[in-house]
Design a protein around this ligand. Structure first.
Ligand code: PRP
Length: 216
């Protein structure tokens, strides 16, 4: 049997992803996001895990370097990668929104037109603002987006909110909702056909666990 390569993201989604896959028998000795070993193999099950930076998971899957992967819908949408989205895994629930400093809140959304917005989701942000008829200046950051308006780098941010703690602690307020996101199981288009039996069985087993039988 050929190996099945699974891409898992470092960070918040790693633990729930690894735990969920373990429940359907997909695991390997030493599988941990703390591991310095970036590829971990289970010879008996013929499964190989690669642990990548979160934003890179769709790239590995699109090129077939990984057959399947777990990634947030936010990062997947932003990446624009051509992969199959097989299943909503339900965990990692958050939403994308626009926030501004509470103290400098303007009367309406369009009052922010032509201002600077800090984000690591420039494509999603641009699509959102274009729909509002707003042209913006995008400042791409790699993380700690909330810092942008606090130090005057930008007037607003587009970022994910999970508990709302980061916004609150930095004096920011959500002023526009953009989209919901949860973790998704994705597959390379060719792998999905060539390894259909294994991937199909995984989707069936996972669907039962996440209570979403009958999903595409
Ligand atoms: C994410 C996001 C927010 C925070 C939201 O950051 O960018 O900063 O989590 O969570 P909360 O609403 O529960 O406070 P992450 O921890 O992934 O780090 P990063 O900003 O450095 O990417």
């Amino acid at each position: 049997m050929e190996y099945l390569t699974v891409a898992l993201p470092k960070g918040k989604l790693f633990k729930p992803s690894a735990e969920l896959l373990e429940k359907i028998g997909y695991t390997a000795d030493g599988l941990s996001d703390k591991s310095r070993k970036l590829i971990i193999t289970n010879e008996e099950k013929k499964v190989r895990f690669i642990i990548t930076k979160t934003a890179d998971v769709p790239t590995y899957v699109e090129y077939g370097a990984a057959d399947i992967g777990v990634i947030g819908k936010d990062v997947l949408t932003e990446s624009g990668k051509d992969v199959y989205e097989l299943l909503d895994l339900g965990f990692g629930k958050c939403h994308l929104m626009m926030a501004v400093p509470k103290e400098q809140k303007r009367a309406k959304l369009t009052d922010y037109a032509y201002t600077r917005v800090a984000t690591k989701f420039p494509h999603i942000a641009e699509e959102f603002f274009t729909r509002q008829g707003m042209q913006m200046e995008y400042i791409n950051l790699g993380g700690s987006i909330e810092l942008g308006p606090v130090v005057g780098l930008s007037e607003s941010i587009v970022d994910i909110v999970e508990t709302g703690t980061t916004l609150k602690e930095n004096g920011l307020e959500e002023i526009a909702y953009i989209m919901d996101a949860t973790a998704r199981l994705i597959a390379n288009r060719v792998s999905f056909k060539l390894k259909f039996a294994r991937i199909g069985n995984m989707v069936t087993a996972l669907s039962k666990l996440v209570g979403k039988e009958g999903q595409p």
